[in-house]
Design a protein around this ligand. Sequence first.
Ligand code: HEC
Length: 116
Amino acid sequence: MVKYFMNKQLLILSISVTILILNALCTSGCESAKYANMTPGEKLYNRKCSSCHRLKSPVEYSDEEWIEYVHEYGRRTSETKKQLIIDYLQKANDPIIADPNNTLATVVLHSATPTD
Ligand code: HEC
């Protein structure tokens, strides 16, 4: 009985440890996978602008509107970061590379700015 109890405790302990490890791996692994191919501006846009509503597609607004909205909704974001977000949105709303999900724009921008 004592032996059984010990094993059960050990089992629970090892399951908890496994869950903790997997969790830690996923937090860093999943996040870097999601952001891996993004420019700093796109990354910031995803991080800072998706907490209250879904991300608006860059093509939904013009260059001027983005300046206005990033300043309006990014009040708690530094000027430098806001500028990176604006730069990203203004590139990504280019009608030539626009498509409904903006996947193409993202791909084109990534290959166009390898150093970003
Ligand atoms: C603190 C919550 C919050 C965050 C963070 C936030 N927004 Fe919003 N956003 C809102 C709300 C609320 C609305 C709807 C406002 C309304 O309809 O009056 C909105 C609407 C918008 C709109 C639609 C135009 C409008 O004014 O209705 C745009 C564009 C927008 N947000 C861009 C952004 C961008 C860019 C960021 C990141 C810099 C951002 N938001 C971050 C709360 C937020």
